[in-house]
Design a protein around this ligand. Structure first.
Ligand SMILES: Nc1nc2c(ncn2[C@@H]2O[C@H](COP(=O)(O)OP(=O)(O)OP(=O)(O)O)[C@@H](O)[C@H]2O)c(=O)[nH]1
Length: 329
């Protein structure tokens, strides 16, 4: 549980907001019911119930987008109802709300919801003067301060989102080739094992190692070597389906994780990749790069380390047998 909270920022934020709502709003809701303000009491307790439902849903499904949006919309409606019924006493709740809504949905959605909520409140205040605000001056002050707070919260959330996406990209991709890195491979192999066990989805691994790459560096220079590694990714991807993933395993070694495949199809695909590299990866002297390949279909009861090891052993054999060939493990 702690591991999930540590790794999933949105789940952690949704849980924190849910817990805060339960702890802070429940006593108010009960107090309002006790003092006879039924509408506000019900609105408060409805928000608490929705917070619990959304948090539970996010935990069970792993999806934080829909529960976050649900929570944000419910809180917007609840905030309007509370402000209309309590007047100035309710307005104070808008300030924490316009900060934490940015933890529930994307910055643009949060901003759009806040603007809508403030417009609804403003329209009601014009329709029933004196019901929400004590004076025109108070209404203007409220609208100006909430607008300023919303704009700054939006800028802050937007910058944080861009930085988080960039950090994620840096942590999960290889900087030279743009392919997913080894860390992502470990995660995706674990996902594949989970899906194979749960729903019998078939997976295969294709492990490629470019042949005599040291010679290519020595003969044509490191820059050409780098260029060939970069070129390899689009060449491989052009022969794969969208659900197949390419990872840089290290140096001149790459892994293709193939989903929904049978052993015969996996071997055919590996042979297609081998031939594709040999035909399309030309070196400056007119010769072509080649690659040795080890293939392994995921077997029942196997963990990802054993699966990868089998593909590695097959690759070792392909090298041993003379390179530029496919061996199945
Ligand atoms: N240009 C370039 N070379 C790299 C990179 N990473 C690893 N290499 C080189 O890849 C070469 C791998 O050499 P070896 O492990 O001996 O393998 P090989 O020469 O390909 O021989 P076989 O695998 O046995 O066919 C080394 O010379 C590394 O310096 C990289 O990012 N860029």
């Amino acid at each position: 549980m702690l591991e999930r909270l540590k790794n999933d920022f949105y789940l952690a934020m949704l849980t924190l907001v849910g817990a805060m709502i339960v702890l802070c709003v429940t006593p108010y809701g009960l107090y309002r019911l006790y003092t006879g303000n039924i509408v506000v009491g019900i609105a408060d307790l409805l928000m608490v119930t929705c917070a619990i439902i959304a948090t539970r849903k996010a935990w069970s499904s792993g999806d934080t987008v829909k529960p976050g949006l649900f929570m944000a919309v419910v809180f917007c409606i609840g905030a309007v109802l509370v402000c209309i019924n309590l007047g100035v006493d309710g307005l104070f709740w808008v300030y924490p709300f316009l900060v934490f809504i940015f933890f529930l949905v994307s910055p643009l959605k949060a901003f759009a919801l806040l603007v809508t909520m403030l417009l609804v409140l403003l329209s009601y205040a014009f329709w029933r003067p004196g019901s929400v605000f004590d004076s025109q001056f108070q209404m203007t002050s409220f609208m100006v301060t909430t607008t300023i707070s919303s704009v700054f919260a939006f800028i802050f959330a937007y910058r944080a989102q861009v930085q988080r996406q960039e950090l994620k990209r840096l942590a999960t991709t290889d900087s030279l080739t743009g392919a997913s890195n080894r860390r992502t491979l470990n995660d995706q192999l674990a996902v594949a094992i989970y899906e194979f066990t749960k729903s019998a989805r078939q997976y295969g691994l294709i492990l490629l190692d470019l042949d005599h790459f040291k010679q290519i560096n020595d003969n044509h220079g490191h820059k050409v070597g780098d260029q060939k590694l970069i070129e390899l990714i689009p060449v491989l991807k052009s022969m794969l389906r969208s659900q197949d993933q390419v990872f840089r395993f290290g140096g001149e070694e790459f892994v293709v994780l193939v989903a929904d495949t049978r052993p015969a199809d996996l071997n055919k695909l590996a042979e297609k990749l081998r031939a594709g590299v040999e035909q399309r990866m030309m070196l400056p002297d007119g010769s072509y790069l080649t690659t040795s390949i080890g293939v392994a279909q995921l077997q029942p009861g196997e963990d990802w380390e054993a699966w990868l090891h089998r593909a590695d052993m097959a690759l070792y054999q392909a090298k041993h047998l003379g390179r530029n060939q496919v061996v199945t493990g």
